[in-house]
Design a protein around this ligand. Structure first.
Ligand SMILES: [Mn+2]
Length: 425
């Protein structure tokens, strides 16, 4: 199923109301000396990857509830991202997980992505579960395993993922390592770290020279006593041990409660080592909830540091942006539309922060003014800017409304039937 620009234009209807809202905001912003056109362009250019695993029903360790029209193949997942991109014009990339979504026909997959205006972003390996026909089990770890043969198998898998990514035009590999322990004394922290460092170095050395390695961290889960790559510092250290094209990847849900993620972002960008970013939201842990659904102000503060870094740290690479969320109750496409909107909203508000005034207030030790500057930007209703950016690319004025008006889910159910899909999750 594909959505055409004509269908979207029809769903948009009369734009007079939007024009009035946009002009009102533009007038207010220009009074504050903010140029509106560059803002709209920055928003229109901002693209976030959707991972192949976000299109199906996720689940918890208690169960998984399938839904009608759920994509069963990689091709159907690409087509779902195509629908998202057609409506929002901000989901122009897909991030594959191997082996869950290993292509069988590369030409067909590449063509289908191109047809939908999508590129392949960072590709993800999986050594957190055993693969069919694998010689060794990862029950006691993969890249950090005490057994050299098991580590070698995990390194070889990562390099195989790189080979797959090369055929699709990906340029980076994301490694998230589940290795860790659930009980004190189970393993030597120092040996596990040393073995992990050696393994990631082997992966890094085996990658093509124009590829980047993104190292993700997470404090706990699936192991509950220790995780080998538990925090940004460990990831940063491992990236440095690999080389210039190895970076830290920040996942919003991979922090202990109340961590100052905006400061983590600032520190990494100052050192040119922030390579990737995973969006989601959480109340307690790695909840993988809709972006901006719980802590939108924290998201804005994080985005403010991202924008500051993008403007002031030219040695930091372009980031691989991705939504890393799971959908247990909502229609994943509707949830992803909400997430994309929240990301764009936080980005737009961060772009509105008057960096010069903020720097001056900081130098004056005017704490109150600093807060006013940030909150002034945060309180601005930027939605007309987002709408204008989408419209400039042929997207929907109101993506969620258009999705429902065009009866997308009904169309997908008609196309795919009411079957239940089993996934690796
Ligand atoms: Mn992640």
């Amino acid at each position: 199923m594909q959505i055409t620009k004509d269908q979207i234009a029809a769903a948009n209807g009369n734009l007079a109301h939007h024009d009035a809202n946009f002009n009102f905001l533009a007038e207010n912003l220009s009074r504050a000396n903010v140029a509106v056109d560059p803002l709209v362009k920055a928003l229109a250019d901002f693209q976030v990857a959707v991972p192949s695993w976000a299109l199906g029903a996720g689940g918890t360790r208690f169960g998984r509830f399938s839904f009608h029209g759920e994509p069963g193949s990689l091709e159907q997942k690409i087509s779902d991202v195509g629908i998202l991109h057609a409506l929002t014009q901000t989901a122009g990339a897909i991030s594959l997980h191997i082996p869950w979504d290993t292509p069988t026909d590369y030409t067909a997959v590449r063509d289908l992505a191109a047809e939908n205006g999508l590129v392949f972003d960072a590709i993800n390996s999986n050594t957190f579960q055993d693969q069919p026909h694998a010689t060794h089990s990862y029950k006691h770890g993969s890249l950090a395993n005490t057994d050299e043969a098991i580590r070698a198998q995990a390194v070889a898998h990562n390099l195989e993922v790189v080979r797959i990514g090369e055929q699709l035009g990906s340029k980076s590999l994301t490694v998230w390592l589940a290795d860790g322990t659930s009980f004190p004394g189970q393993r030597s922290f120092q040996r596990a770290l040393a073995q992990t460092e050696k393994s990631v170095q082997e992966i890094y050395t085996g990658m093509p020279e124009d590829w980047s390695l993104l190292i993700e961290y997470k404090p706990y889960e699936p192991n509950f006593y220790s995780t080998v790559i538990m925090d940004w510092g460990t990831s940063f250290m491992l990236a440095n041990a690999c080389g210039d094209r190895a970076y830290t990847l920040v996942d919003l849900g991979h922090h202990l409660p109340n961590s100052n993620i905006e400061q983590v972002v600032a520190t990494l960008m100052a050192k040119g080592k922030l390579g990737g970013f995973h969006f989601n939201d959480s109340k307690y842990g790695d909840d993988d909830l809709t972006v901006g659904s719980i802590k939108p102000y924290a998201l804005f503060l994080i985005f403010s540091e991202l924008v500051y870094g993008m403007q002031n740290n030219p040695h930091n690479p372009d980031l691989a942006w991705m939504i890393d969320a799971s959908h247990n109750i909502k229609d994943p496409l509707e949830d992803l539309i909400q997430s994309l909107e929240a990301i764009q909203e936080a980005y737009a508000k961060a772009l509105l922060v008057d960096q010069e005034a903020l720097a001056a207030a900081q130098l004056d030790h005017d704490v109150v003014a600093c807060q006013e500057i940030l909150q002034g930007a945060y309180r601005t209703d930027v939605r007309p800017l987002l709408q204008r950016a989408r419209l400039s690319r042929g997207g929907a004025l109101h993506p969620l409304e258009a999705y429902r008006k065009l009866k997308v889910r009904t169309g997908l159910i008609q196309e795919r039937g009411k079957h239940t899909v089993a996934t690796g999750l």
